[in-house]
Design a protein around this ligand. Sequence first.
Ligand code: GAR
Length: 221
Amino acid sequence: MAEPLLAVGVLISGSGSNLQALIDRMAEGSVPARIALVISNQAEAYGLERARLAGIPTRVIHHRAFPDRQHFEQAMIAALNAAGVELVCLAGFMRVLTPCFIRAFQGRLLNIHPALLPAFPGLHVQQRAIDSGARFSGATVHFVTEEVDAGPIVAQAAVPILDHDTAQTLAARILTQEHRLYPMAVSLFAQKRLQISGQRVHILNGREEPEAALIVPPPEP
Ligand code: GAR
């Protein structure tokens, strides 16, 4: 008998385009998982509509409806556990989580961040990457630990920073790669191929390309 699909909970605050990428890749069978619950802390998040269209249960758990972070997070933990969630994916969830939530899902909590960590944790990362003069930025999927944007890295995608980039054009280029990266990372988790060893994540039976390089500007002929 086939193993049951991994039950994933997705936390969002906004558009939910990463959620959509997960929904689409799961629907076509390339990610062996299913989304059991989508939680938003914003009632008007468009991602909720995406989930409903896909027939996925949703909950709005607004942080302001609770006296403090602890109660807000306890409500999310209860909803995720009631839905049988095994892996939690933060996908544009714009609240910092406390150890209370992080410990409840230790080793099974992923985040996607629109920069090449450990460079540019935090907010306004596209503008900060442009201002730094770096030739690259990108996206990172990582396990969440108690230090913000600092957990073991699962996968990264690099994109060039172009001369006339604005924070918006760079964000759009990064987002396109996020949509490839997050489903890939969830698939590896679902296949039990991720092994955390300190800060490093080993990928069991992973392919490596020692000669791979993205050079910016591209070498001239
Ligand atoms: C994505 O770029 C994601 O990396 C970022 O928010 C965007 C959400 O887009 N997350 C963070 O900045 C977390 N600190 P989406 O709602 O369309 O998936």
